[in-house]
Design a protein around this ligand. Structure first.
Ligand code: URP
Ligand code: ZN
Ligand code: ZN
Length: 463
């Protein structure tokens, strides 16, 4: 029994065209002008609708300590927003090895509705850790993540150098959260001494210059090690300038931004503290000028991917702790289910990017960079039948009242967006229909990702 999507407008990273599409045994088996169904086939009429490859969210924090979304609720939320694959971060517990940590995370993810993989967070460096890194690819993990901020996780320059070299040797990508954490910690101390405790001081103590400094430094180390390096959640024009400089020198660097940096700005942090604390994330929300610089770099290709950085901290007993002391609010925003709606509305509908560009940055590029292409990230024959059917003529309002994610709030509350999702298919199976989750949790598969393959740069949209 096959699934056939008829009359839709197929969108790839390079093209849009009218065609029917057939999925057999979970894989796309035919794309043609007209495909007839047989008895028992599922037929979906997608007339006047876009047929997109499912989104790959390469930056999620499901099941993070203290957050509300585990792999069951979080992947339901993801799927309802058109995400059919996630790459989640582990969270090292210093009592176990990174491999043990990975096994624990694989267990947590068994309830997933959609397919998933992991990036391993590495927060220390010694000879045992360097050996362990070489074992991760056989477990399907072909990327590590390092931090230059957050006391509990940050690594020094010499450690970054050694870890990048080890990752490069194994054909892995090094993700980096780039902010100068040591200077940020000084600025925070000074702000608290002066009783500058309101949420906006979260942004003032993490200025763009310190994101730019860490980005430049990390990419200099990447230049020396020749390690493929992926800078997560780039938020500012200053960091983009350093990123672009590195790329012009030939550094093998990829850049990600997040919807929150494209559509929210620091004014949200200037609201009354009880509202503003919801918006605390790192790097912080920036200015409208930074937003436009990010859109511009997406259009030009310097930014390759979009990650939601979903972290579903509760308000009660979570974010609210930051009222009158911004340092007490947990960092990170929920938003796994809104990426497509936001990018379509503020990107495509408002004329900042094209529809193929949206597919490139939300699906094809993350698949290529993180060893999933061509199984994921495209509408090729033989690729997994991960499909979103999107109606550009509908509109909807993003609100906590209808969201699937677990938080009591939605940082995009009240935004009216053009376009809406009708169906989501994962490996040919309808998992979302008419806003209802119809797929069973636990059906998601663990993805053994390939080692990094140096796709020609123009193919991952680098400038
Ligand atoms: O503020 C954020 N982004 N929290 C999630 C963890 C991280 O830094 O990616
Ligand atoms: Zn981060
Ligand atoms: Zn993150």
């Amino acid at each position: 029994m096959a699934t056939i999507v008829q009359n839709g407008i197929l969108v790839t990273a390079s093209d849009t065209f009218q065609a029917d599409l057939k999925i057999n045994n979970g894989k796309i088996s035919m794309i043609s002008n007209h495909i007839n169904g047989e008895k028992g086939d599922t037929i979906i009429n997608a007339a006047n609708k876009y047929v997109l490859p499912g989104l790959i969210d390469p930056h999620t924090h499901l099941a993070l300590n203290g957050t509300l979304d585990d792999f069951e609720t979080g992947t339901k939320a993801a799927a309802s927003g058109g995400v059919t694959t996630i790459i989640n971060f582990t969270d090292p517990d210093n009592s176990q090895t990174f491999l043990e940590d990975l096994m624990e995370w694989k267990n947590k993810a068994k309830k997933s509705l959609i397919d998933y993989g992991f990036h391993s967070i590495i927060n220390k460096c010694n000879s045992d850790v360097l050996k362990e890194i070489s074992r991760l690819p056989e477990e399907g993990v072909t990327s590590i993540k390092l931090f230059t901020a957050y006391k509990e996780n940050m690594v020094n320059d010499d450690e970054i150098y050694l870890l990048m070299k080890a990752a490069k040797k194994e054909g892995m990508v090094t993700n980096v959260h780039a902010e100068n954490g040591r200077i940020i910690d000084q600025l925070i101390e000074e702000a608290l001494d002066r009783k500058n405790t309101k949420a906006i001081y979260h942004a003032y103590t993490r200025p763009a210059s310190l994101e730019a400094e860490a980005t430049a430094r990390v990419l200099r180390i990447a230049e020396i090690t020749e390690a493929p390096t992926y800078i997560v959640h780039i938020s500012s024009e200053e960091a983009l300038t350093e990123f672009k400089r590195a790329k012009e020198r030939g550094v093998n660097a990829f850049g990600e931004t997040c919807p929150q940096y494209l559509v929210l700005d620091e004014n949200y942090l200037k609201k009354e503290d009880k509202e503003a604390v919801k918006y605390i994330c790192s790097p912080p929300l920036r200015t409208k000028r930074d937003q436009e610089a990010l859109w511009d770099k997406i259009k030009l290709g310097a930014i390759s991917t979009i990650g939601s950085d979903h972290a579903s901290h509760p308000y009660v007993d979570g974010k609210e702790k930051g009222v009158n002391n911004f340092t007490k609010a947990p960092n990170g925003l929920p938003g796994i289910e809104s990426t497509l709606q936001l990018l379509y509305h503020y990107g495509v509908y408002e004329g900042r990017i094209t529809l193929p560009k949206l597919v490139e940055i939300t699906s094809q590029n993350p698949a290529k960079i993180f060893g999933l292409y061509p199984r994921k990230g495209s509408l090729n024959i033989g690729s997994d039948g991960d499909i979103v059917i999107f109606d550009p003529n509908k509109s909807s309002v993003i609100t906590k009242e209808t969201q699937k994610q677990g938080t009591e709030y939605n940082v995009y509350e009240g935004m009216e967006v053009q376009g809406d999702i009708d169906f989501v298919l994962s490996r040919g199976e309808v998992i979302v229909m008419d806003k209802q989750i119809v797929g069973k949790t636990g059906r998601g598969k663990y993805l053994y990702r390939n080692r990094f393959c140096d796709w020609p740069r123009e193919e991952v949209g680098t400038e």
